[in-house]
Ligand binder design. Structure first.
Ligand code: SAM
Length: 277
């Protein structure tokens, strides 16, 4: 950092890993080999990137901070299987980018591995989880520990929300290991954890319209203290139709989104679809 006069930018969630064992553990959790394409979001100073390049067939890394690119190009000069791009992962069409740049002779699909900037974790995860056409097989992300717990939360718990449902719809989540603040420079204020999301072959429920299903989940949790009848009629459809859909799906209108299972949301989405067709 000194050689390149770099200082960490808090606004971009820059907390760099300085502990080699943590990097080795992330790569082990990714379980990649020479047949794999790995997408890394936010290579930072390149320590994880270098280890991924040694383990994978190809690495495509997207870094938003242009000022890090000269240092990255220098430290990763001996990684011929790396494509380093200056890009915002939230604004990039990942499907198109990967299809355009992927090397031949690799397994179909890709793995995404990252020490994620915490401020984009939820929107980025939702992009992966809500877009069925994005062909990821496994996501291995360092996230805030509290968020890792939220992903695995069950209905009725205070941590259960739109992210838990999206994760459990698309993946099998496993908390691989916890990480203390001392392994980063600068140190974050909170504990972190590496979570592994293994894509399910098929979701555990099959709503007829997946887009509507996710829209419904978001509307339900937008005002999570409200009853479903109120939160959905405020954000989604008029109240008589919401009441009719809730009755057809056998869900009490006084219930709150946080008590509904994936199955409840799928049934309700199907009933709403019938009423809007
Ligand atoms: N991978 C490095 C490591 O583990 O030491 C850096 C991790 S740091 C927590 C997050 C990195 O993501 C930073 O380099 C930051 O500039 C980058 N970043 C932040 N927002 C981004 C975005 N929207 N798209 C791509 N990279 C982003």
């Amino acid at each position: 950092m000194q050689a390149h006069q770099i200082s960490a930018k808090k606004s971009l969630g820059q907390n760099f890993i300085i502990e080699p064992q943590v990097i080795a553990n992330i790569v082990a959790a990714a379980g990649c080999d020479a047949q794999d394409l790995v997408l890394e979001i936010g290579p930072g100073l390149g320590s994880l990137t270098q280890a991924l390049c040694a383990a994978a067939g190809q690495v495509i890394a997207l870094e938003i901070d242009q000022s890090l690119l000269p240092a990255l190009r220098q430290s990763l000069a001996d990684c011929p299987n790396l494509l380093l791009l200056h890009a915002d992962a939230l604004q990039t069409d990942l499907q198109q980018l990967l299809a355009e740049h992927r090397a031949g002779n690799l397994r179909p699909g890709f793995l995404a591995v990252a020490n994620l900037p915490y401020y984009i974790t939820t929107p980025l995860l939702l992009r992966f989880l809500e877009q069925p056409a994005l062909p990821w097989r496994r996501l291995v992300f360092m996230v805030q520990k509290e968020l890792a717990e939220r992903m695995q939360a069950a209905p009725g718990s205070k941590d259960y929300g739109a992210l838990s449902l999206a994760v459990q719809y698309r993946a099998q989540a496993r908390l691989a290991f916890s990480v203390p603040p001392s392994v980063f420079v600068p140190r974050p204020k909170v504990a972190s954890a590496v979570i592994v999301l293994e894509r399910l072959e098929a979701p555990p429920v099959q709503p007829q319209d997946e887009e509507l299903f996710f829209k419904l989940i978001r509307a339900g949790f937008n005002q999570r203290r409200k009853t479903l009848a109120n939160s959905l009629s405020a954000a989604f459809l008029d109240k008589p139709r919401i009441m009719a859909a809730l009755a057809a799906a056998q869900i009490e209108p006084s219930r709150r989104a946080e008590t509904l299972t994936l199955n409840d949301f799928a049934r309700l989405a199907d009933e709403i679809k019938k009423l809007t067709e």
